[in-house]
Design a binder for this molecule. Sequence first.
Ligand SMILES: [Ca+2]
Ligand SMILES: [Ca+2]
Ligand SMILES: [Ca+2]
Length: 329
Amino acid sequence: MWHRILGNSWNQIKDTQVFGTLNPKRSGTFESPQLTPGQIYEVRIYDHRTSPGRPGGETRFKAKLHVFCLLKDTESKFDFVDELIKVGGTYREHILVAKQNTFYSIVVSKDSPIPNPNPDPDIFKGFPNFPEQWATDDILRTIHHVTVMPLDAGNTYNYLIRLSDDKGNWQVINGQFITKQRKVTIDYETLYINDDGDNLNTGEAYFLFRIFKGEKTEVDKLMIGNKRTLRTVDDTAPPWNLHNLNHPTVILGPESVNDDNRVVWIHLMGVEDDSPFQVDEVAASIGPAIYFPFGPSEEVYDQPIMVPATTYMGTFNFSVEITHSIEYI
Ligand SMILES: [Ca+2]
Ligand SMILES: [Ca+2]
Ligand SMILES: [Ca+2]
């Protein structure tokens, strides 16, 4: 652990005090140096391979903490212009230009970040509870260009921005915004048979592909053949794949994102049938999740994904090419 007051040099925290039954390897307390209003105190945790002065020291910390030392009460009114650039599905980007140099901090939360509109003392306005995302700009300057992310799509967020100066004067600005809703489009393209499971001839198989939203909600099911109606699969000469998968486009949303639908999974399963005296061969994907980028490049258009279904029993295995789009509306 290293600490400093911004603008001063780093010091390693060597001695921590341990109280009661805390595990000394995991817990401890230490004191910051005396702070005066306007200073920012910073603590960073590194693993043993790096530290603030060494290569990667500016980015490869495990955690960091900023403490802004502010005056208890403030009458400050900074002169500024706040220009919203964009609220997407997963981010809010704006540029705040102030007449004087300021530090900047923003928190956003689906709950109100200010539990009491008339707190006493005044300073509690500057300490919101339970932010879901936050960003700080700890360089004293006039222009703060800040993107807060990742956020959940289609939700109302409260934000609280705090400007402060190098004397400890501060001001909070709060408001609300609504992120755009998420729309996901998935098309099954091609089923590739990598190993048809029968060495001496073609195999015979059936398939079940499912798309899930969250852990439990099945939003689409595609069956190709079944136990009684098996499909010929062949990994040798063309056609070595099962043509284009003729299945309607799967569309999720536009909708709000929450814990129940944040993840979208694609489950693939295929069974290659063998004689009644043998165990059938099984291949499956372990539920690959669609990757949702966040921030200004959050949208994805017709991007292919190759989902492998690996061998569980025998040698049978296959892959399915899917294209997907992620839009925010
Ligand atoms: Ca077989
Ligand atoms: Ca074969
Ligand atoms: Ca077979």
